[in-house]
Write a protein that binds this ligand. Structure first.
Ligand code: FDA
Length: 300
């Protein structure tokens, strides 16, 4: 399956629905259009679990160029809320290179943050599978002193999520709350939909009452409705929290929220390492499978 799928070019409909393209050249018009529609962006250069130092170095080089491109394309940089952001997986920056990996990833992330600070671009660290959570939070804690705008994703399905939300919110951090996209052991994570949703709402409550900047990353209409209510109850203006959705998912809802005066950021992945990303989208919404298989059949 992997072999067949990775032979689909990134230009094919199935990949292009969720991935902006292979290169920064493909990405540019997508970002331009999203910004023109009033949405903000968080761009992810696809790649994870690097096995060689050179791959981590390449990721850093690409991200530095990406940060420069995004800054140049953002005509309306604002001091309080940055319209352009990059999303980074620490495993792409070397975290999983074995002993010393977390140190390499931390140094690489610092390099990106220094450039982002100069360019007026934000950085959010993605949350990966549970084996990386401690190392990721440790890196973010260490760098937040220098870069207080550095954000991290928290996965509500993890049983530890509420505690993390409390700590990060008390520090005034930007926090992206998502449900979580990896298959985790029941001992560490809620697995049933209703439990994940309740955990999400508990975390959301903590974030919306806290001193940080909540980033509500979900396509779920129920979560979106409750987030809007919590924002109202806590008198949060539209620049004090934001909604986030993935590129290619619920575009009409993204536009509806913008029209209603809400801040919306779209997570836009690009690059040719799209297999893992697409598989997670498929796993969380099997309805996408038919679409996927039809595209595959068309290629043969
Ligand atoms: P869920 O998948 O439970 O769906 C709930 C409802 O939402 C559905 O019943 C339907 O009504 C609606 N819906 C969902 N998908 C739809 C679609 N394609 N079309 C129409 N309606 C749809 N994960 C992670 O582990 N680490 C991370 O760093 C991130 N980062 C991240 C950033 C951003 C911006 C987003 C939006 C998501 C992530 N995620 C993530 C992924 C996240 O953890 C989760 O897997 C997906 O967002 C799916 O969960 P939802 O909250 O969207 O709802």
């Amino acid at each position: 399956m992997r072999h067949a799928l990775t032979r689909i070019p990134v230009t094919s409909g199935v990949v292009r629905r969720f991935v902006a393209g292979e290169s920064r050249l493909d990405l540019a018009p997508v970002v331009r259009e999203l910004l023109a529609s009033g949405r903000m962006v968080s761009v992810d250069f696809l790649g994870e679990h690097t096995t060689e130092r050179s791959m981590a170095d390449n990721a850093v080089t690409e991200y530095l160029a990406l940060i420069d491109d995004l800054a140049a394309g953002d005509g309306e940089g604002s001091a309080s809320v940055r319209r352009v952001e990059v999303s980074v997986k620490l495993s792409a920056l070397g975290q999983t290179l074995g002993e010393g990996g977390p140190e390499i990833a931390t140094a690489n992330l610092r390099t990106l943050c220094l450039r982002a600070e100069q360019a007026g671009v934000w950085v959010t660290v993605d949350a990966e599978d549970h084996t990386t959570t401690d190392a990721t939070l440790d890196t973010v804690r260490r760098l937040r002193g220098e870069f207080p705008w550095l954000a991290v994703a928290v996965q509500a399905y993890l049983r530890r999520a509420e505690t993390e939300c409390r700590e990060l919110a008390s520090l005034g951090a930007r926090i992206r709350l998502c449900k979580g996209a990896y298959r985790e052991p029941e001992a560490l994570a809620h697995r049933r939909r209703a439990e994940v949703d309740s955990a999400y709402l508990r975390c959301l409550d903590v974030l919306m009452r806290g001193a940080g900047y909540p980033m509500v990353a979900t396509h779920d209409p129920d979560m979106i409705a409750v987030a809007s209510r919590f924002a109202l109850e806590n008198a949060l203006g539209s620049s004090e929290y934001e909604f986030q959705m993935l590129y290619g998912i619920r575009d009409a809802e993204q536009r509806r929220l913008v029209d209603a005066g809400r801040s919306v950021r779209v997570y836009v992945p690009y690059g040719n390492q799209w297999y893992g990303y697409l598989m997670r989208r498929l796993a969380e919404r099997p309805a996408n499978l038919g679409f996927f298989l039809r595209a595959l059949a068309d290629k043969r």
